[in-house]
Design a protein around this ligand. Structure first.
Ligand SMILES: [Zn+2]
Length: 203
């Protein structure tokens, strides 16, 4: 049978999703042919919406559909304590534990000599500006418990050490080499509560 080019193209596009192999992608392509027209239209619209409406918050980097994310815009959140994460998706883990009412800052990566990621590639200067402008008093570094995450945390604590803020690092209970977004909420809650202090704010 002659190869169906549109199926091949769709299968190739779908196989770019994480954990979707060629076989699964092909099954998905054929399944689409059996779907109702309105379901397909909904799917196309949802993909369009996700790619056109979602962007990084210009202040903290969280993914949002609003001009400024609801956390930065909130008047009821404590803007003096800021959790610093590597990636926007890590914020979801902290929001799920429900006992953090501060704000966030996404570095948009982690230092890595292997991948050629340098301090200038991360949103570190933006963080320093925010500390100065927004009156942030405590920084909780919540980069991943991996070599890159630890390197980033150390670098950050060094860069921020002369600022008059408290700096701590979460870590307790998180497996070395693990990923923040895979940590269960109880582990994450404990790791936040048992954060170790790098430096205390001086008065
Ligand atoms: Zn924000």
């Amino acid at each position: 049978m002659k190869e169906l080019k549109s199926i091949t193209d769709l299968t190739y596009a779908l196989s770019k999703f994480p954990s979707i192999g060629n076989k699964t992608a092909e099954r998905m392509s054929y399944a689409l042919l059996d779907m109702k027209k309105e379901d397909i239209d909904d799917l196309i619209k949802a993909i369009e919406d996700v790619t056109s409406k979602i962007h990084n918050c210009p202040i903290c980097g969280i993914l949002t559909e609003d001009e400024i994310c609801p956390i930065c815009a909130s008047k009821t959140r404590d803007h003096s304590i800021c959790i610093v994460v590597s990636y926007p998706k890590d914020v979801l883990s902290f929001e799920e534990i429900n006992n953090f009412n501060g704000i966030y800052h996404c570095l948009m990566g982690e230092l890595s000599s292997y991948h050629g990621v340098n301090p200038d590639d991360l949103k570190i200067n933006e963080l320093i500006e925010r500390i100065k402008k927004e009156g942030i008093k405590e920084i909780v570094i919540a980069t991943n418990p991996s070599i890159e995450g630890e390197t980033t945390a150390l670098y950050l604590s060094e860069v921020l050490k002369d600022m008059n803020i408290t700096i701590s690092r979460i870590g307790f209970g998180l497996p070395i080499g693990g990923q923040l977004d895979y940590a269960d909420s109880l582990t994450l809650k404990r790791s936040f509560e048992n954060r170790t202090r790098f430096k205390k704010e001086e008065n």
